[in-house]
Design a protein around this ligand. Sequence first.
Ligand SMILES: Nc1ncnc2c1ncn2[C@@H]1O[C@H](COP(=O)(O)OP(=O)(O)OP(=O)(O)O)[C@@H](O)[C@H]1O
Length: 609
Amino acid sequence: MSARSPEGAAVPGAGTLRTARHTFALSWRIDPLVVSVVLGLSLAQTGAVAATGLSQRWVVDAVQGSGGGLPGALAPAVLLGVAAHVTAAAGNRVRYNYQHDLTDRVDLEVNREILTASASLPTLEHLERPDYLNRLELLRRHTAALAGSCWSLSDTAIGVLSAGLSVWLLAGVHPVLAVLALLALPPLWAAKRARHGLAAARAATAEEQRLEDRVHRMFLTPETGKEIYLTGAGTVLDETAHSARTRVATVVLKARLRAIGWQLTGWVCYAAGFIGALVLTVSLVSRDAASLGDLMLVITLGTQLRSQIRGTVDGFSRVAEAGDTTDHYLWLLAYARRQRPTGTRPVPRAPEHGIQVRDLAFTYPGAREPALAGVNLTLRPGAAVALVGVNGAGKSTLVKLLSGMYAPTAGRITVGGVPLDEVDGAAWRGRLTGAFQDFFRFQLPVRHTVGIGEPEAMDDREEVARAVREAGAAPIVDRLPDGLDTQLGTIYGGVELSQGQWQRLALARALMRRHPLLLVLDEPTAALDPLAEHELYEVFTRQARADPGRITLLVSHRFSTVRGADHIVVLDGGRVAEQGTHTELMAAGGRYAESYTTQAAAYQEEDLR
Ligand SMILES: Nc1ncnc2c1ncn2[C@@H]1O[C@H](COP(=O)(O)OP(=O)(O)OP(=O)(O)O)[C@@H](O)[C@H]1O
């Protein structure tokens, strides 16, 4: 990790060096030839300024000593000057462009690494953690600094080496002139100070930047656009985004102005030193203690030393900026490593004992109250288990834990006797399938919108057609202009479906997986009327009984739609209130009986109207 200064801002440290090494290795892997050219030009760049100064001194001293005629010895001096100038000007441009190109290509790789690290996280818990989201936001906005860190470091090294050569030549004229190098320190220190201020401002406003970005995106998606249109919330949201943007801009502008102040102070120190150096050299020339060529050398090196120091400072600033981003990058990699799934055991083939849930508890990150507490139940294979409860009872949370999206805070889940956290995560996902109330609309051709539920069978038209039929979505697909090949969604100029039609396709997607161990239907029928939902759940209940290796979990807040399930679990306030068959629960006369009777009466009344 980057070292931390007392103010809390990152300064380049071991972490930055490690990242620079890593990005250099990536550059080398991408294009070793270009990297070699850049390194060669960098080396030539190191001596270019000193060579320019020396050639000018050579020319002036030769002209002065020639008594008016142009000596032949002038030719090598001029040649040296031309070579140094070409290296400095043309070589620098070539090097700069190549570095830029390599940085862009490494940037793509770094972004891929970030995605891979994020995707490797075994649960989805990080998506609820503001510290994770803020760091990721800062990281994604500044990956270019990270990708170019090895070149920023090499620019700094070139600056230091070429400035070192200049100082050595200046000290040859008079040792005091070497002090000019010390005056490089105030601009360096000022730049570091300026960087800290800017980094702190960015970190302090990361949350607001995220808010602004989110609101912005809300205006661009049809789902939220509709809500905004109807509610007229556009102005309020626009103001929210605007005030977030203004707060960010104000904080960053203040930090930027302070940064300019610090940098100006540093440069004033250097300018004063340079004037002193010129006065000293002129006095040496007037006392014949130095030649006019030496004065020329001091002028050339002194003015160049300024840009060498600026190059060093700029390179250093970019290394420091990469240091801030490195901090977030290494944090993400370490987080992904810490969260690396530890489960290696295979999923039991025929889980005789089904899925056992024992004393399960879960609290969302940052939440005060647990969403689940002391949950005990058994999901038997070859049966349909219904999970019912009012809104907020904890049904979806239990589904998230069963599918491994979140790790329990306490208690355990076992599959066929094997603790779920010991089971290989990818293998477990391979045996799961499901459809959810908050499904995603994949705006793809229908066969892929459905087929993606089992990537391996995605291009198998017969399999896709089977899933479509089983989900009762065949009439929808039959009416589409190109059937399974119809492009869906307006974003790509395709056909738009109704909410219920999208939902049927999401259900078909869930049915693509042929022999899942756990099939979860978490209210994927919310857009259907209670009778249609009931009929569909009856079909799934029959199918569940026909497949002895499958556990089917039907989730609903409509008590009356799941009465045919083999086992009904009633959740209330994150706890299991009751469980049993419909007959047992009705006989018990508890919460289930009460809610079932009330809801059934309400639906009957609705039917009569
Ligand atoms: N991402 C989250 N972060 C924090 N709390 C959450 C989150 N999701 C749900 N909760 C809380 O957890 C509790 C259970 O929510 P859950 O979504 O599991 O209920 P549910 O029974 O599925 O409700 P519904 O029928 O409305 O879908 C609720 O009190 C809810 O406020």
